[in-house]
Design a protein around this ligand. Structure first.
Ligand SMILES: Nc1ncnc2c1ncn2[C@@H]1O[C@H](COP(=O)(O)OP(=O)(O)OP(=O)(O)O)[C@@H](O)[C@H]1O
Ligand SMILES: [Mg+2]
Length: 234
């Protein structure tokens, strides 16, 4: 798909999300946010801790419906899609790297990485080959038979990335993909993520890492649940 044409891959309009805190008070984690990501675009969401980045990502990733506003996937309004329908859309379109990597502790990272391929009905041998290739791509070839608990925080984060990219998703959403990494490893991860964009994926990253800014086609800034587009570094 040519860049910039047609509907955005993923768009939200006026989305809000409130959380109830124990004790009864309410937090407005997202306040009427507008956001879009197009095919072949790398989009950064920046902003201080607690500003609402992960909250927005969980709505963009169709994990959590908003309290108000609308969510569009390839131009279709999916705001009120059922839990099942959202799960299906996630499996078809999305790769997600959670802030805590979200790996299953009991399983080696090879099995963790292959998991999304099971949901897509990929045969066993091909699952293994693709999971292996994804782990190699993030520099974990020699760790693939280890369980997440036997890895460092940065290695877990990279395993989470391998799992997010193994299906070659058309939307890749990563929450702080480089947070636990040294500068050299962060650069490798950034390169791998940029490749996804070159292949036409929409890549959405929440990050504090200013080194990622030169890669961005679009940058949003979040403050206290409000989002503004601040342009791009290039
Ligand atoms: N499950 C929850 N229950 C209550 N409040 C929540 C919950 N999740 C998040 N919040 C609150 O919503 C606000 C936004 O949180 P969010 O996790 O989206 O921030 P963030 O920008 O991702 O921060 P960080 O950079 O630390 O990851 C914060 O004030 C947070 O305390
Ligand atoms: Mg967060």
């Amino acid at each position: 798909m040519p860049h910039g044409d047609g509907p955005a891959r993923l768009r939200v309009a006026g989305v809000s999300r409130r959380y109830k805190r124990s004790g009864g008070s309410e937090v407005v984690a997202l306040d009427s946010a507008d956001f879009e990501a197009r095919a072949g675009e790398l989009v950064l969401i920046m902003g201080p801790s607690g500003s609402g980045k992960s909250t927005l990502l969980s709505i963009l990733g169709l994990l959590d419906p908003p309290d108000g506003g609308q969510v569009f996937l390839n131009g279709d309004d999916v705001t009120s899609a059922s839990e099942d329908a959202r799960a299906k859309l996630r499996r078809t379109h999305l790769g997600f790297l959670f802030q805590d990597a979200g790996l299953i502790d009991r399983k080696p990272i090879l099995d963790n990485t292959a998991l999304p391929l099971i949901y897509r009905g990929v045969p066993r041998k091909e699952r293994e080959n693709r999971a292996q290739a994804a782990l190699e791509a993030v520099g974990l070839a020699d760790r693939m038979h280890h369980a997440p608990g036997e890895l460092s925080g940065g290695e877990r984060q990279r395993a989470g990335l391998a799992r997010a990219i193994v299906c070659d998703p058309d939307i890749l959403i990563c929450d702080e993909p480089t947070a636990a990494l040294d500068a050299a490893t962060a650069q490798d991860v950034a390169r791998r993520i940029s490749e996804m964009k070159e292949r036409g994926a929409s890549v959405i990253l929440a990050t504090h890492d200013r080194d990622l800014m030169p890669l961005a086609d679009r940058i949003y800034e979040m403050r206290h649940g409000r989002i503004t587009e601040t342009g791009a570094a290039r």
